[in-house]
Design a protein around this ligand. Structure first.
Ligand SMILES: [Zn+2]
Length: 273
């Protein structure tokens, strides 16, 4: 798979060159654990079947190796830098193949302890039913088994082909009962997991990004009901649960902004010519 990603990267690079642009940074958004000081290591990306993968070891051109970063972190950073909602401490939840979350605390991305393995925000593996469905992570009843893309598709009786999120939205809008039930169940599970996050962190807001933003209309009622019933601070303000306006572009924008902000912070990174 990394060879395909590298080919896409080479294509984008050629396109940029065609426009007279020079590529100054490359970031690989990964649905997995990227340790703090991992030197380009992706420790674990279960939905891709990757364990201890270093893109540099598989990249055809050593001059264009990207820096891996967790896609949920990138989505949260984009949300903080781009969406002008004024929240300084929030949890950004994104759903693509898996479910990830990232914490922005006082305007900074929270990565867990300095010596940690970088798995802060692994919301997808918060248990919502201790005796529930087995998860590939080895535990049971993880959120991802109820509100992850594969679980929702399975519950709705849909195959994972084409653009599954668009198809789910289409079916839900048409009133398909199985799809509506699957999204309601996903919303309830997501709400339960978020209750734990809110009671622990007391953030300004919760932001649903990625595919969740596109399915919000059908997910939000159940998420809101769980929050209203279980969050310690009552009433939980419904406007504190929002959808990202960036949708599925969040991680991509985050990667671009991360690079440009690093250059602005230290212009000496740029070669002189
Ligand atoms: Zn799990």
């Amino acid at each position: 798979m990394l060879a395909e990603v590298a080919a896409l990267g080479a294509e984008a690079q050629a396109e940029a060159a065609g426009l007279g642009l020079r590529v100054e940074g490359r970031v690989l958004a990964v649905p997995g654990v990227v340790p703090h000081a991992g030197q380009g290591l992706i420790e674990h990306a279960p939905n891709l079947g990757w364990h201890a993968v270093r893109p540099a070891d598989h990249w055809p051109d050593p001059g264009t190796v990207p820096v891996p970063e967790n896609e949920a972190n990138l989505g949260a950073l984009a949300e903080y830098w781009q969406a002008e909602h004024g929240a300084e401490t929030f949890v950004h939840i994104s759903a693509e193949a898996g479910i990830g979350a990232a914490l922005i605390v006082d305007g900074q991305l929270f990565r867990g302890s300095r010596g940690s393995r970088g798995f802060a925000g692994e919301l997808g593996h918060i248990p919502v039913d201790p005796e529930g469905v087995p998860c590939p992570c080895g535990a049971r009843g993880c959120l991802e088994q109820y509100a992850g893309e594969a679980a929702v598709l399975r519950e709705a009786g849909l195959a994972a082909a084409g653009d599954p999120v668009a198809r789910l939205a289409e079916r839900a809008a048409a009133g398909d009962q199985a799809t509506l039930r699957a999204l309601e169940r996903a919303g309830r599970a997501l709400g339960l997991a978020l209750v734990s996050a809110v009671n622990l962190i007391d953030p300004d807001s919760l932001v649903l990004g990625g595919a969740y933003a596109e399915l919000a209309e059908w997910l939000l009622p159940a998420v809101r009901a769980e929050l209203a019933a279980r969050v310690r601070a009552r009433p939980w303000p419904p406007e504190a649960l929002r959808c990202s306006v960036l949708g599925r572009r969040g991680a991509l924008l985050g990667a671009a902004l991360l690079t440009t902000r690093q250059i602005i912070a230290d212009p000496t990174r740029l070669p002189v010519d």
